[in-house]
Write a protein that binds this ligand. Structure first.
Ligand SMILES: [Zn+2]
Ligand SMILES: [Zn+2]
Length: 102
């Protein structure tokens, strides 16, 4: 067999960057870096919470609002890093937007 099915076009560096941007990878990394620098308290709280979760001190739970299985840790108070609320991305966003509007 001639291996005719092995023609895989490799993306050029430029195409690769565009692909990354399209998938939001470039912007997310940059966004996260900016967020981390602007919110050192929040970042620290997240790091501590992630560590506690690894040690089993915090147990993963479904979203507290809609019970979605995909939930992430939200900190109502960054000075209490181990007090977390589990929220799915959409409820989390709504909550933060709600706080911002208030
Ligand atoms: Zn939810
Ligand atoms: Zn949050």
């Amino acid at each position: 067999m001639g291996g005719g099915d092995r023609i895989i076009k490799r993306p050029t560096a430029k195409e690769y960057q565009r692909l990354k941007r399209k998938n939001g990878l470039v912007d997310k990394t940059q966004e996260f870096k900016e967020w981390r620098e602007a919110n050192p308290e929040a970042y620290k709280a997240q790091q501590l919470a992630n560590y506690a979760e690894k040690k089993g001190e915090i147990k993963k739970q479904p979203c507290e609002i809609c019970k979605s299985e995909i939930a992430y840790k939200h900190h109502p108070d960054y000075s209490k890093p181990l007090e977390v609320v589990w929220l799915c991305p959409s409820c989390h966003k709504k909550l933060h937007l709600g706080i911002l509007i208030k």
